[in-house]
Design a protein around this ligand. Sequence first.
Ligand SMILES: Cc1cc2nc3c(=O)[nH]c(=O)nc-3n(C[C@H](O)[C@H](O)[C@H](O)COP(=O)(O)O)c2cc1C
Length: 437
Amino acid sequence: MTDKRFHLAWFMNFTPDEWRAPFGQGGYPWDGQFYIEMAQTLERACFDFLMIEDKLMVPETFGSDRKYSLANGMMAPKHDPAPLAVAMGMATSRIGVVATMSTMAYPPFMLARLSSTIDSLTRGRFGWNVVTSAEDLAAQNFGMDKLPPREQRYEMADEYIDVVNKLFDSWDADAVVLDREKGIYADADKVRSVDHEGKYYKVRGPLNTVPSPQHRPVYVQAGASPRGRDFAARHADAIVSVANGVDGMKAFRDDIRARASAMGRAPDEIKVLFCITPTLGETEEDAQAKYVRETTSDHFCNDVLASISAITEIDFSLYDLDEPLPERLETNGESGTLDKFQQWGSGKTLRELAAAQGGGLVSSLELIGTPASVADKMGAAMAEIGGDGFLLTTPVLRVGRRYLIEIADGLVPELQRRGLVRTEYTHQLLRDNLTDF
Ligand SMILES: Cc1cc2nc3c(=O)[nH]c(=O)nc-3n(C[C@H](O)[C@H](O)[C@H](O)COP(=O)(O)O)c2cc1C
């Protein structure tokens, strides 16, 4: 019998929690406790990993001002994902923790050392969401006026990954001998310099951390442009994506697998996970009413537009809410998210586009219903796509305990009853759980 199970992961932002909604009441997320409980809840539901988004600026594209972002707690404030990943990882034992870190921001040596340290602290459950940054505003915090063009960012990132891989390989797995009799901690013959001198980076090495349980973190990537997809297909263990419906998801996954094969990789080594944001209710009508209520509020519409503005550097406040977009928009930033959002040719007004994102900022599939009916739809979609799972994405960047419980204690048990997701972890290492099926 073929294994019909698929993977579940969670995408979150280290930003204010659901401070505005009646069942949110906000907390003080900055001490990490709210998010630590989130990790524990998702571990109870046997998620593969949770992934912490990151951006390195206070957005000011929407309305050419940082006022909206700050007044609404929308993508700002935002705290550093690496220490949160450690806190979450040390309060759990099986779920993977993935932090976003930009190749623009960290020198490769620092990233390799940090990742190796967190992988050891979490006993082999760390992942790195590899991003190249997508905003001039972020570049301006790192000594540049503008972000390099996409092609060059990926060229730099290819070399960057080459360097960090060399650093992870600079210690043999058995380099630590801990021989008390001979008085040897590490065998110097098993630790080498890397002496990398490339177009963009020059690094001597070796790394000064011991080999971590996974040797290197799980690499997660979200390339969407042709160049980005090649990058992801070459390096990633997991690819996260937004796509349009079942056909769009199948086409994206098939494309990634073909690119991976052409590069000599086994496509099954790569898990492709699609963003979804289910809206769950006690009954179908209840869920529908909730969806309409939530996605047609002015707050929702503005929050979606402000977020899309921030990650594409296109000011959506300049367009009429009740007209279709006048032209197909392009960005040097997050192209996949923009394409999914603008649904070019659909004739929808901007307000309709914001409401049509499936309950999240972008969702690959509209999922509205009872836990049982949504579980059926997820199972049917995955059967058609061929794999590999879903990335449950925080509803427009804010989440409260209630939504988490609906997923972990409502939806997941329905999926488990259908044999669609795991009921217990088989392995200790994140990579092993990801490749288990
Ligand atoms: C689910 C998902 C999560 C992403 N998370 C981040 C993030 O945390 N930080 C970031 O700078 N970019 C993030 N991105 C953007 C991607 O890294 C990438 O730039 C984008 O998908 C566009 O692909 P392209 O660079 O090939 O055009 C994310 C994209 C997706 C689809």
